[in-house]
Design a protein around this ligand. Structure first.
Ligand code: MCF
Ligand code: FE
Length: 407
């Protein structure tokens, strides 16, 4: 059993409760959480340190959507327009993947840990990131990706997907959880969507898909028009989209742990469907900005929960969740900065947990003991400002605890 104390304990529970001079008792799970003085009374035989000035304890951050296999990209890929990006991915993919060695991926994971991330949703296209994820103390929900829009390739692609998923299952542990990623409505044949979802449902695996990331995707899916025409004609000899957005979403009924990434071009009807599916939206603000000059309209989400993802270095300059939170804070100018900061910290913890279907994301009794500790640079005048000041000032953490272990 361990006890940690801090000046500020940010629980990231539903009400965003904050305990001043708080302490957390934990083993692999959180046993108790209260003020230091109450914990002293309840555990009289344990010595509890006094809280350091400006110290903070909060749940570890959950990056609900990241592509580690693309982590070798810095300046290579083209930004500003989705189709230009897509063509540059096709052109440079082999070189980038080759450069993303296991060593490089492990370095990136270490850096993510140092910047406060304790859990990731890793979208894996080839399983080249499997070993680094298994070796890392960071909890990984490992989404094996299925992709391919051509019917005549479906059997081969499905067999390859199943074999990657099987290998991931061999590595299952409490910190490595296999899951299913369906790349997107434009790139996956309905047969593959149906079969991979049947498998996910049978085994109660988490499922995630990119959804309506660009206006070009919208035009193609709804009207078989726009810049996707040439792309599909040239690469796949295909002239119509394989599915409509609503037909695609309907296939996800009864998936228990479900998230859709981006959704910047989703319609009101799509959002209603996403809500009825009980899905979480993975919001990747930097990726949307650099690939599309776009931004998720949070006012359309109403009761839909959103989590935060960095996406890969294929569409970001950083895998740090604090960097991503700062970007989110800066681009959503319509939101009140004080209240929105609280929403964002919950998105990066509590909601990330829902997207991935785990038992983490808040400092509450019985939850997994995934905790980060760091210090703010100075005193806080008003406790209401804590979330905002944390987002503005935190670059890295001092201590990381995952499943009760100091890692
Ligand atoms: O999320 C970004 C942008 N949208 C779609 N896909 C990817 C992203 N970063 C990497 N990808 C991968 C995707 O998983 O790109 C590959 C897929 O395997 C090629 S298709 C664009
Ligand atoms: Fe992505």
């Amino acid at each position: 059993m361990n006890i940690l104390s801090a000046k500020w304990v940010i629980t990231c529970d539903e009400n965003f409760s904050i305990i001043e001079n708080g302490a957390i008792v934990f083993s692999d799970k959180i046993i108790d959480i209260d003020t230091i003085s109450n914990i002293q009374k309840k555990y009289p035989n344990e010595e509890i340190q006094e809280a350091e000035a400006n110290s903070v304890l909060m749940p570890g951050l959950i990056n609900s959507h990241v592509h580690l296999e693309f982590c070798a990209n810095t300046t290579t890929l083209k930004y500003g327009n989705f189709l230009d990006w897509l063509n540059s991915v096709i052109k440079n993919r082999d070189t980038l993947i080759e450069k993303a060695t296991q060593k490089l991926i492990s370095t990136k994971l270490d850096r993510m840990k140092k910047t406060g991330t304790t859990t990731i949703g890793a979208i894996s296209s080839y399983s080249f990131d499997l070993e680094p994820c298994v070796k890392s103390p960071i909890n990984t929900v490992f989404f094996c990706e299925i992709i391919g829009s051509k019917a005549d390739m479906a059997d081969t692609l499905f067999a390859d997907f199943k074999s990657r998923l099987e290998s991931a299952k061999q590595c299952s542990s409490k910190s490595f959880i296999p899951a299913v990623a369906i790349h997107s409505p434009y790139s996956v044949h309905p047969f593959l969507v149906r079969e991979s979802l049947a498998l996910a449902k049978k085994e109660n695996l988490a499922v995630s898909s990119h959804f309506l990331e660009s206006s070009e995707e919208f035009e193609w899916l709804h009207k078989n028009e726009g810049l996707f025409i040439d792309f599909f004609k040239n690469f796949l000899n295909q002239s119509t989209a394989v599915t409509k957005p609503m037909e695609f979403l309907t296939q996800f009924s009864n998936v228990k742990k479900l998230s859709f990434t981006h959704c910047v071009e989703a319609s009101n009807a799509d959002f209603e469907k996403i809500k009825s599916l009980n899905a979480v939206i993975n919001h990747c603000p930097t990726s949307n900005r650099v690939l599309n000059n776009s931004k998720l309209d949070l006012s359309k989400l109403k009761d839909i929960k959103f989590s935060i993802g960095t996406d890969g270095l294929s569409s970001n300059n950083s895998l740090s969740m604090f960097d991503e939170l700062r970007t989110a804070l800066m681009i959503h100018v319509d939101e009140n900065i004080i209240e929105f900061s609280k929403t964002l910290l919950k998105a990066a913890t509590l909601n990330g947990n829902i997207a991935l279907g785990l038992n983490k994301g808040s400092l509450e009794k019985q939850k997994d003991a995934d905790i980060i500790s760091f210090k703010l640079p100075d005193e806080i005048e008003d406790k209401e400002d804590l979330a905002m000041q944390i987002i503005l000032h935190t670059k890295s953490v001092n201590k990381t605890i995952i499943g009760g272990e100091f890692v």
